[in-house]
Structure formats: structure tokens, C-alpha cells
Design a protein around this ligand. Structure first.
Ligand SMILES: Cc1cc2nc3c(=O)[nH]c(=O)nc-3n(C[C@H](O)[C@H](O)[C@H](O)COP(=O)(O)O)c2cc1C
Length: 182
């Protein structure tokens, strides 16, 4: 029998949300998510990930214009510039950066944010596809500067956060990939 409690429920019910209502998340929700990000584990407590929770719709819109000019109208994953920007119109978008390639720690911080948000009744979407914006010669330094991130740091992943405006089906999983050896 699967044990249920609020933590397990948050883990099991989290799913990607790509439609959001326009209201901003509350300042208490933001503070809670920032603390959840901070508490993420890292190798030897190296804490390589720096997160920027952007709540400035103007910045996100301008980023989308640059992103479209770099990758074209059809972006790699689930977005189209004219209808669905990389941030999926989430009112809060967390950008995770690191000085080196710390994808493991970025993933752990991102998941902490997603599960905590789920526990707060919010939806999330992980976004890796916006990375060309930050590796672009012109746009990269500009947007890293705007986010107070050193120019030579790498974008790891983003997390869109907001109130869900859709209830998608749960995506299937390959159960045989998880096995017990006794
Ligand atoms: C590293 C990573 C990058 C992702 N990048 C994107 C993205 O750029 N755009 C997007 O819409 N979804 C993105 N996703 C969400 C996945 O498509 C989604 O997690 C997957 O289809 C499983 O669906 P679920 O989260 O609802 O279970 C990303 C997920 C991960 C883990």
C-alpha cells in the first residue's frame, strides 16, 4: 500500500502546468519557495546554484522577444513565440544559474521548488529550452546582467510558477524502470 501524507501527496500530484492565471503568487508563497530553494542539498554543501525569482512581466516579455529572434517562432519544447512564451505566462519565473556545470544541484533545487509549490497549491513548469537566450553572444550577457549573474556563468534550468489554469492528464511512466533487488 502506498502511504499518503501531505509530502507524498505533493510528490505524487505534481505535474507540469503550462497555463496559468495572471494573478501573482503571494509574498508569503514567494518567501516559502525561496527558502525551499535555499534548503536544497548540494555536494559537500558547495551551494553552486544561484536562483533569480523574476516577477517582472516586462523583463520576461522582453526576454521572449530576444528568444524568438534567436531560435525562431517554434521553440524546441511546447512553446510557440506568438501564443505560448518560454515562461508559459507564469507570473513568477525562477532562473537557476551556476558558475560550472552543476546540473545535479540545479535539478535538486528545481525539484525542491516544484514540490514546495505543489504543497502550496501552485503549479510549476520546468524549462530547459530557454538556454539559447543565455548562450547568445549579445542577449546572454545583457540578460545575465539584468538578473545580477556574472557573464561567464551558465543557465541551468528555469521554473515557471503560478496558479494553474489547466488540469492536464497525468503523463504515463514506465513502471519497469523502477525495480527492487532482493
Ligand atoms: C530538465 C527538464 C527540462 C524541461 N524543459 C521544458 C521546457 O523547456 N518546456 C516545457 O514546456 N517543459 C519542459 N520540461 C517539462 C517536461 O516536459 C515534463 O516534466 C515531462 O513531460 C513529464 O511531465 P510531468 O512533469 O507533467 O510529469 C522539462 C523537464 C525537465 C526535467
Amino acid at each position: 500500500m502506498v502511504i499518503r501524507n501531505p509530502v507524498i501527496d505533493a510528490v505524487l500530484s505534481r505535474q507540469t502546468i503550462r497555463e496559468y492565471t495572471p494573478e501573482q503568487i503571494s509574498s508569503d508563497q514567494l518567501e516559502t519557495l525561496m527558502l525551499a530553494a535555499l534548503r536544497a542539498p548540494s555536494g559537500r554543501n558547495s551551494q553552486p546554484i544561484h536562483a533569480r525569482f523574476c516577477q517582472n512581466a516586462g523583463i520576461l516579455k522582453e526576454m521572449q522577444v530576444d528568444f524568438k529572434n534567436i531560435v525562431g517562432w517554434d521553440t524546441p519544447v511546447h512553446t510557440r513565440s506568438d501564443t505560448n512564451p518560454f515562461y508559459h505566462n507564469a507570473p513568477t519565473f525562477a532562473f537557476l544559474f551556476a558558475g560550472g556545470d552543476s546540473r545535479m544541484e540545479a535539478g535538486l533545487m528545481a525539484e525542491n521548488i516544484c514540490i514546495a509549490a505543489q504543497g502550496l497549491g501552485l503549479g510549476t513548469v520546468l524549462v530547459g529550452s530557454v538556454s539559447p537566450l543565455f548562450s547568445d553572444e549579445a542577449a546572454g550577457p545583457k540578460w545575465k546582467r539584468a538578473l545580477h549573474i556574472p557573464e561567464d556563468w551558465q543557465f541551468m534550468v528555469g521554473v515557471g510558477i503560478g496558479r494553474p489554469d489547466e488540469s492536464p492528464e497525468m503523463k504515463p511512466r514506465n513502471e519497469e524502470q523502477i525495480q527492487v533487488i532482493r
